[in-house]
Design a protein around this ligand. Structure first.
Ligand code: C5P
Length: 223
């Protein structure tokens, strides 16, 4: 039987990609499937937490027994996560938030022109960093996908965003990360300490993630 060790806690999870529309029919996005975030939300629910899942566009049915908020853009994701996180105990940002959006979103479909075109992009707000800047007693968890120097880069990110830890995964391993049912992650803390976890199902990674979040919470003395 699953222990109800998250009973009484509120857990907010973001999942999936974001879509940054250039015009009504074109957007910038990425191949995030949402599976990792949905696994975290489902594991938290089964352990007794009150869960809000904020998800970008994914091909997954909304899980029962939790609040599911569907969004498209990074700005919409930000608003929903910040609002849900106000009274949260644990926030897990698995969403693959687009770093940039169009500086000007066109309201009409843009016709093809001869030759090259340029699109001006502007940075999206960093949601995890915003949560970290007024952290309170919340446990904040991020994900990072890196192709090189992963541990160092993830430790710098955790420190800069004031996250308790980041799970580093790799886009290049068959069957893991983007779209896969398994994941192979390295737990990286802001102080640079890290642990490689063996490849396993996303649900098992979710379980270990929430175990670690509970340890952080207990060590911080939050009740
Ligand atoms: O994109 P990056 O590697 O910085 O993502 C690290 C973590 O920060 C992830 O958990 C991601 O969800 C989060 N993030 C965010 N807002 C952004 C970009 C990333 O919350 N604009």
């Amino acid at each position: 039987p699953t222990p109800h060790d998250l009973a009484g806690l509120k857990v907010v999870v973001s999942a999936g990609p974001t879509r940054e529309y250039l015009d009504p029919v074109r957007f910038i996005s990425n191949p995030s499937s949402g599976k990792m975030g949905f696994a975290v939300a489902e594991d938290a629910r089964d352990r007794g937490a009150q869960v809000t899942l904020v998800t970008g566009p994914v091909n997954l049915p909304g899980p029962s027994g939790m609040e599911v908020v569907r969004v498209e853009s990074a700005l919409e994701l930000r608003d929903a996560v910040i609002q849900a996180a106000q009274d949260a105990d644990i926030v897990v940002m698995t969403a693959a938030v687009a770093d940039y959006r169009a500086a000007e979103q066109q309201h009409e479909k843009q016709a093809k022109v001869a030759g090259d075109v340029s699109i001006q992009l502007t940075p999206n707000p960093d949601i995890l960093a915003e949560l970290g800047s007024s952290k309170g007693s919340r446990v904040l968890v991020g994900f990072a996908m890196e192709t090189h120097a992963g541990v160092e880069r993830a430790a710098v990110k955790a420190a800069r965003k004031n996250a308790d830890f980041i799970l580093l995964n790799y886009p290049t391993q068959e069957g893991t990360a983007f779209g896969g049912d398994d994941n192979q992650v390295t737990l990286v803390r802001a102080d640079g300490t890290h642990e490689d976890w063996p490849r396993t199902s996303k649900r098992e990674v979710a379980r270990q993630l929430l175990d670690e979040a509970l340890r952080v919470r207990e060590a911080s003395g939050a009740t």
